[in-house]
Design a protein around this ligand. Sequence first.
Ligand code: SAH
Length: 249
Amino acid sequence: MAGKVHLIGAGPGAADLITVRGMRLLQQADAVLYDALVQPEMLDYCPQAVLIPVGKRCNKTSTAQRFINKMLLDAAHKYQRVVRLKGGDPMLFGRAQEELQALAQAGIACEVVPGITAALAASADAGVSLTSRGQARNVLFATARVGEGEAGSDWVRPVMAADTTVLYMGVKQAAEIAAALLAGGMRPDTPLLIVENASLPNAREWAMSLAELPQAAGWELAGPAILLVGEVYRAKQALADGLPLQGLG
Ligand code: SAH
């Protein structure tokens, strides 16, 4: 009989930011398939398990996803307790739907365990509320990235309407993102933050205005980075104003 799969959110990186439920399931797992964004320390919770790396940073092609789906099905046929460990929360920009669908079609039981998404960890590190009172009453989780073979996306419109926006997978496209937002009518002095490696000891953040964002495009960042945009970052941006941006390269 096929095993059961738990799709678990590993959280943003720090090994103690997984849920207690997620950690317990890792401790009992026979096999663990994990993404590139999952920190090695988290795998210390499951020394008994067969570890299967399936991550592919950035250019996640559909072929790669089909391959991951197949490895997941194979594992579920071979082991009773399978964990699929994904960075942050599995249901946000994590390709969870494809995997859930593949499992459902194969008649394999699956349960999702939520995790702390990068937006929340970045906000904690920055010490700025996504919904600072009087300034922001809504938050948009968005990406400007459009996958291979997908229809185009009008991501600028919802960003213009949101009080605070968190843009996933955007820093490499900083120049294009800035150009699109300026063309959409966003003010050049709109404050924003870039947070790299949120929740980890080597976390870094940069505050700047939208006009300055294109500089970030050339940075050689070592870890994942996220872009937070909105008036709630005005005070941070004012503090950083006039100081040279400490980019990397
Ligand atoms: N499911 C994940 C997101 C996967 S998409 C989640 O809920 O967080 C991958 C993107 O998430 C990265 O390109 C980056 O924008 C963001 N990200 C993930 N971990 C991060 C971290 N520790 N610090 C900053 N950004 C992070």
